[in-house]
Structure formats: structure tokens, C-alpha cells
Design a protein around this ligand. Sequence first.
Ligand code: TK8
Length: 348
Amino acid sequence: MKKRNVLRKMMAGCMAMGLLFLTACSSGTTQGSGTDKGIQQRVIKAGIGLNEDHPEGQGLLKFKEIVEQKSGGKLKVQTYFSATLGDDLKMTEALQAGTQEITIPSTSPLVGIMKEFGIFDFPFLFNTSEEADAILDGPIGQKLLEKMPEYGLIGLGYWENGFRHVTNSKRAIETADDFKGLKLRTMQNEVHIDAFKELGANPTPMPFSEVFTALESHTIDGQENPLATIKSNKFYEVQKHLSLTKHVYTPFVFLVSKKFWDTLSSEEQKILQEAAIEAGKYQRQLSREEDQKALDELKKTGVKINEISDQERQKMAEIIQPVVETYAKKFGDDLVNELYNELDKIRQ
Ligand code: TK8
């Protein structure tokens, strides 16, 4: 919150420096170069990588509804689904360049921009979505959001991608050994790549929109994602096995272009902030309901679904532990210790 006050102070200073400067810093979504008080007619391009029917797509439509309602229809949100504006990284870079206003990527591919997001990629870190909420909405999650302006981004909060499970066309994964030799697509994330390497798999990082074709053409054997995504993107059409590994939780982070944000009045910023949080609560709820519904529907698709015993998950966690320790140093022992202490507190 403190940063935004600074931003607001900056904005006031910016406005004091007269209209001229404002035209320069607006990202072309401003109708005319009027003063920056109150709410102006604006078109806001908001893109995601997932489909409209996915809980994230529904969350974005809820965000649009709230923004347009709170702004009396002046702030118009144009929504883009299914990576039509590019993948998570490409859209995030478009925000930094000021050519797009909003995207809600997974935090995992953003470790190349802000490495600290990598703490959320530690396998088997969270046991429940509620633990994830407590950490993301708590001091640690907020601390990371407050670092984002350094990278030309404004973080308004976290939405849920969810717990990830492995699908593949070769075999059911029942033991840690079953990962051996599997060509698995991962997100562009070094923690995930090294963790799967440690399990003996052959990880292949690639953007999300290329996954279905790579599975269909057997360029890769498998991939890992939450159930809602496996269903929404029809991965079951090109995969034989779904193993409920629940090996890691992935958050989404709600991002706004800082170049755009700095052109907004505090009233407009408030509307976007409130809408991101309100729609985020709605999206998380949808995501948890869909997680169960998707499992029931995936059972009807003919894909072979298997559970993993807690012992085997524990074994996987032990095999991967050296990777976690390596990256804990990279991300900063203080932050990682704070994370585990916070989790211990939550679990008491
Ligand atoms: C969609 C991605 C997707 C993620 C992945 O843009 O890349 O596998 O899980 O949800 O963010």
C-alpha cells in the first residue's frame, strides 16, 4: 500500500508538471489528453492464456463486469482468451512495453523477470489452497507484489491456477521411478525443470499454447497442469494417463502495465484494484469447485486416472529436496525461511 501512496504522490507531481507530460506517459488508451482527475473513457486490453470457459476466463469476465459497473461504463475492458495476444511471458513483456494493459499469468514463467516468484514453485510446498491463500495474501505475497514496479509492472493480487497433476501417453505414474525417461513439458521455470530432471524425467520447457500440438505429435510424452486446464484444453484427447501427483501449486498474479497505471487517476486505480480483488475471490471459489467437477468429467473421457500414495509423494519430495535447497539460496534464505516459518504458523 505504501508504494501506491508514493505513486499517488508521483501522480500529483506528474499532474502538477502539466498536461504535456501526461500525453507522453499515457499508453494511448486515454481518450484525449484531458486532466487526470476522475474517470475517463478508456479501453483496457486484458489477455490471458487460458480459455473463456476456464475459471480464470470466467474470473476475467467478472473483473470486466465490476470495472464497467464501478466506472459507469467509462472504463471498457476488452478481453482476449486462449493466448490470442500471446503466452504469459509475451503478454507480460507487452505490459512492460505499454502495448497491453492487463494480463494474469502463472507466476512460474515470470521467474526470469523476478526470481523471488520461484519460492512458489517448490514442489509439495502447499498442502491446501487455503494455505496458499494465507501465504499469497499475507506479508510474503504482498512483499513480492510491492517489488513489481521495479520491473514496469503493477501487481494487484493473486488468483488461483491450482494444484498440478501429470498426464502422459506412456504409463501410469504410481512411483517416483515412473518418471524415468518421460519427455515432460514444463513451464519456462528452472525449479520445475531441475525437479523433473532429479526424478529422471526429460523436461522440455515450452509456452502453454504449444502444448496440445506437441502432445498430439508425440514431440513430448506428457505435461502437468491443474484438472480444470486438462479438461478445458482437452488434453485428455491426446493423453492416455492422468496421475494425481498434486506435486506443486501454481498461483496466477494479476498484472497491470505500470506505464498505463501511471496515467490513471487514483479513482481509476481504486476501481481496478477493488475489481481485481473481488473478481479474484470469485475466481478462486470457481477454481475449487471446478477442480472437483473436472475430475468427475475427466473420468468419463476414458483417460486412465490413478492416485499416488502419500509414501510415494513423500519419496518424490525427498528426491527433489536438493533442488529446493539449491534454489532457496538463489531466492534468498531469509525469504525462504520466512516462508516456511509462516507456513508452520498457519499449520499450528
Ligand atoms: C496459461 C498458463 C497455464 C500454465 C502453464 O497461460 O503454462 O502450464 O499452467 O495456466 O499460465
